[in-house]
Design a protein around this ligand. Sequence first.
Ligand code: ADP
Ligand code: MG
Length: 300
Amino acid sequence: MNTVYGSYFDTVNSICADCGTDTLEACMQLCDSYERMLSKTIPGSDVWKINHCKGGPVPISPDTRNILECAFRFYQLTEGAFNIALKPLIDVWDIKHRHSLPSEEEITEAMRYLEIDGWELQGDCLIVPNEKAGIDLGGIAKGYIADRIADFLKSEGAASALLNFGGNIVCFGGKPDGSPWKIGLQTPFAPSQAEYFAVTELNEGTVVTSGIYERFFHADGRTYHHIIDPRTGWPSRSGILSASVIGKDSMTADALSTSLLLLGWEKGLKLAEENGYYALCITENGEVHRSEKWNINIIQ
Ligand code: ADP
Ligand code: MG
């Protein structure tokens, strides 16, 4: 087995697979091209063009289209809670740089531009409804990319691999010794990222975790994190600290894990299960709620 690390999508990514280092380097090249396609901040990316076109049709790649189709489906499934057209509001919250709360005026102004209805896929183009509208694929793109890189590894003949894209795990083939991969779920707000409260075994598929404990700031004695509820304009207050989803494809699991943090554990678990996935949530009062069929070992 060989391992490669790379810094993409605002996180650290690792790939461990039974293939040559040249194939792993090619995977990192693919990550680089996906970042150039989907990043909000790299000029010339599909997302950058969408966000700077001032309204109207924008030509997009087939990959971007695939992600948008799934994202629009999740908008419907979550009744508007999962909304990639949230960029105006995400810019106001700017969790990475902010240390104080935005004003109600800023939030109200941004909320005028979150309507998904004007967005439309037409041939190879996306129709952007107006000058202020914009998208952010942070809640879904990493899952899609991880799926594509796993496909690439398989096409290059790898029989066994584990990919970790900042909390999006994709694996196939089990470990080379024939045992399944063991995937730990990180304890929210623990001093070390290597502290796990649960371990699940998986030969092939994905486990995606979203949490409020990695990107946040404190103000007025509260934690303000990076998953924003378009219905209120504020970081979601579903009471969930962390949500993990296990299943077949990582893009769906990524959209689901973000959706769970918005919907709360009851609706969230139901949504995951209806789509053929299992989920587990930890709440702020320390409860663990999970799909009964997920055979997972809770350590604590
Ligand atoms: P991470 O990428 O940090 O592991 P997530 O997959 O949960 O975690 O994605 C969080 C990201 O999703 C945010 O940084 C932002 O880009 C985007 N986002 C925030 N709120 C929403 C929302 N309501 N709907 C869709 N995407 C969102
Ligand atoms: Mg997500």
